[in-house]
Design a protein around this ligand. Sequence first.
Ligand code: NAD
Length: 257
Amino acid sequence: MRLEGKIAVITGTAAGIGRASALRFAEEGAAIIGADVTEDANAETARLVEDAGGKMISVTVDVTDDASVAAMFATAHQQFGRVDILFNNAGVMLAGDDDAIVTSDEVIDRTLAINVKGVIHCCRHGIPALRRAGGGSIINTASFVASVGAATPQIAYTASKGAVLSLTRELAVIHAREGIRVNALSPGPLQTEMLMSFLDTDEKRRRRLVHVPMGRFGQAGEMANAALFLASDESSYMTGSNLLVDGGLTAAYVTPE
Ligand code: NAD
């Protein structure tokens, strides 16, 4: 098994990529501390992991709240004694996120608080835990919009994911000699609740797919497999990288009909 004996903290495990990753990492032998603000759906993820023969403790955490993040790492330490993997996956794309002219400060502040400050809070408490374990792997979920401009405006989200990508590089450089690797995972457009509720008409979905050479949305499980690679020792010489898993979107100038 590829994560045998490893302890993984994953945020945003109540849905989408986080839930798929909790299931996939557990399948490969990791014990999971799954964090989410949504308590019931997160408990359901823990049940699904246990039903599949894995181990997951669900913890109710708001990543914008430093004290709640600190408490999660204390729980991880009490329950498992160590943390080897930190997957900073929780993120939001809020209704009302639009272009620079109309997007409110409230939407900008909330997006940055969750998507950027939340990652920093988890690193603040997670990096000392990884140090105590003698090193480990951090994966930060960015997005393809950190690399190319999105055709559907979402200025706060795009700014937040650019920040995630750049802070990933800095963390990688600062902590490389401690055996802590830090990489970004940049998904393309996915068929998860987050994007489907944002692209809420067939026309909007069609317009997004025009830019994807593969001509389809990605699946959460495909991101979980990419995160698994970054979490495992198979990526042992990778740090500061941006793993784009986007159906070819960022490679395309013109997509085939
Ligand atoms: P999702 O909405 O299905 O899941 C996100 C999870 O994060 C939810 O369970 C939610 O409750 C949790 N969360 C939100 N705010 C939180 C907070 N303050 N504290 C703790 N947990 C919180 O979304 P997803 O599609 O699985 O997205 C996961 C990550 O992938 C996000 O960072 C997202 O920005 C990124 N991403 C998604 C897509 C896409 O097309 N869906 C594309 C690129 C990047």
